[in-house]
Design a protein around this ligand. Sequence first.
Ligand code: SAM
Length: 304
Amino acid sequence: MINSPSVFDLIRRYDLDPKKSLGQNFLVDESHLARIAAAADLTPADIVLEIGPGLGVLTRHLAAQAGRVVAVELDDRLIPILQELFADQPHVSFVHADILKVDPAGLISDDRRQTADGESVAPRNSPLATPYKVVANLPYYITSAVLRHLLECAQPPTRAVVMVQREVAQRIVAGPGDMSLLAVGVQFYAEANIVQKVPAGAFHPRPKVDSAVLRLDVRPQPAVTDVEPDWYFEVVRAGFGQKRKQLRNSVSAGLGLNKEATEAGLAEAGIDPRRRAETLTLQEWGALAKALGKGNSEIEGLRD
Ligand code: SAM
């Protein structure tokens, strides 16, 4: 992006004071920006939802490669600036909203409704709505909430490439032995990989922590399909509710089950009751949720 204004140029030109409360750490290193866009593997057939375009430095890369970019930004000071910067790129549009309060796929179909000009338009929340990718340098104060919002919405993206705190990225891609509620929550819906580590010095203002870019390839079906996701996560939350406790204690306390019923469920799932939540695979959680499921009459009989 030779000759494009830098973050420093833009801050000076628009006399902007980055807002810490909105997680405004702008990425100033062009090589990292290019690699984030590359991880999304964009073609002119792609529609991209960008969360938090900031001063548009990542948006520039996305706009050069994707067929459409819809960017949602909460800071109202930035919307007119972004509109001015991208005035000559009609395939890029900006929405002033809080990503957590809008339906991600709805942003795409609403945008098509406004701009399609006679083209057939996918209805909101329709399973036939247009596939889309998410690319974002996320505001860190809402990372987990945004990931949950994206992965649990009616039509999730096919892929999300997101910059997050390095420690959070490492927790998300962890394997059995180091699992957490966050890791299970993300891996249930997507295959997660770290594609790039990014030092704090690549941002302005410089954050206190290092970052990493995560690529989430959303699974066509969740990793466990024979259990209701709500019940699955109730059991997982119970297991992680009392950290470092043996499962027979954490699960029984979290679900309000007596020890006998809990141990019977663990035995049925083939899980040693002395194991701890961080050691279980996604499939083992599924087996446990099934064994403790409300329809299991043997376990029902042991409930208090
Ligand atoms: N994409 C830019 C970059 O890479 O330099 C800016 C990234 S900055 C880490 C995060 C951006 O998200 C900021 O522009 C901030 O205003 C915006 N933001 C914060 N909370 C938001 C929310 N709830 N919904 C949408 N945007 C948000």
